[in-house]
Design a binder for this molecule. Structure first.
Ligand SMILES: [Zn+2]
Ligand SMILES: [Zn+2]
Length: 284
């Protein structure tokens, strides 16, 4: 156990990249073999722009925070910061609870970027994608990526989680984001069972609906429990998965929502519209 821990910590970047590419390729093939919906925009155009954004984001993160969240966890440990450095808790409990707590924080952060108008401007980049597939999972504005990292740093500094827990969490978040954004068809029973422990593509697709009450549902990225607990769970979209519209109402100019230049300027254009806090009404 200790040997595996040391290996993972020493080869953290290699381990994370291998998981990223491995799961990306797996989901991309799965999407081709069993697609859930017909895509609207040609894949080559969307993928080249979405992946260019992912590449740009990794570059920015590498420059600003070369040691990333794992570096922060190491630093926190060295400084003796964080609650877990004050209590004598079993290592396994610390690792598991840290992953769960970090996931709960990501859920709360996601709710926050929907609720605060200026943060919604940034988060619009993720939602303006007119299609929903594996590349959507990593499509975030660089400023939102920086904000996420700073929030993660703060949580790590306060909690003081074991370094391995942060690595597991980063890999999990990355893997599940690609899984639950993928355009794959899952058997209804399998989907139902999986939803007990993980956010499935059908569950997260509801969150990418143009209908505001659906967009403001299913905020979870990893564990589905937070949406049930905090009352933001919606099982299915009203129009059904094949017919529902993906994206944001009135944001349908290809150049604006698909091209990298449009994506990067998206937070700075137009009004935030009538998208306001607490719009989870039912359109009955
Ligand atoms: Zn969202
Ligand atoms: Zn999403």
């Amino acid at each position: 156990m200790a040997d595996i821990n040391t290996f993972i910590i020493e080869h953290e970047i290699l381990v994370r990249l291998s998981f990223f590419f491995g799961i990306f390729i797996l989901m991309a093939i799965w999407e081709m073999l069993a697609p859930r919906r017909k895509l609207i925009i040609p894949k080559l155009m969307r993928w080249s722009n979405n992946l260019a954004l992912v590449f740009l984001n990794s570059l920015i993160l590498r420059v600003l925070f070369p040691a990333a969240a794992v570096g922060m966890a190491v630093f926190t440990k060295e400084e003796g910061w964080g609650l877990y450095n004050y209590y004598d808790i079993s290592y396994v409990v610390m690792v598991i609870s840290s992953v769960v707590i970090l996931d709960a924080m990501i859920y709360l952060q996601h709710v926050m970027v929907h609720a605060v108008p200026v943060l919604w401007r940034l988060h619009r980049v993720h939602h303006a994608d007119p299609d929903f597939d594996v590349t959507t999972g990593a499509r975030f504005h660089p400023l939102e990526i920086i904000l996420s990292m700073l929030i993660k740093f703060s949580v790590i500094a306060v909690l003081g989680p074991p370094v391995i827990a942060v690595i597991i969490f980063e890999i999990l978040l990355n893997a599940t984001a690609m899984f639950n954004h993928s355009n794959i068809r899952l058997n209804t029973t399998v989907d139902k069972l999986l939803r007990l422990i993980i956010v499935t593509p059908d569950m997260h697709r509801v969150h990418h609906s143009v209908e505001v009450d659906e967009t403001n549902s299913n905020f979870g990225f990893n564990l589905p429990w937070w949406d049930w607990l905090f009352g933001t769970y919606k099982a299915q979209p009203k129009a059904g998965h094949e017919n529902m519209l993906i994206g944001i109402k009135d944001y349908n100019q290809i150049r604006q929502v698909t091209w990298l230049s449009g994506i990067l300027t998206l937070p700075f254009i137009g009004k935030v519209s009538d998208y306001v806090i607490n719009r989870r009404y039912d359109n009955k």
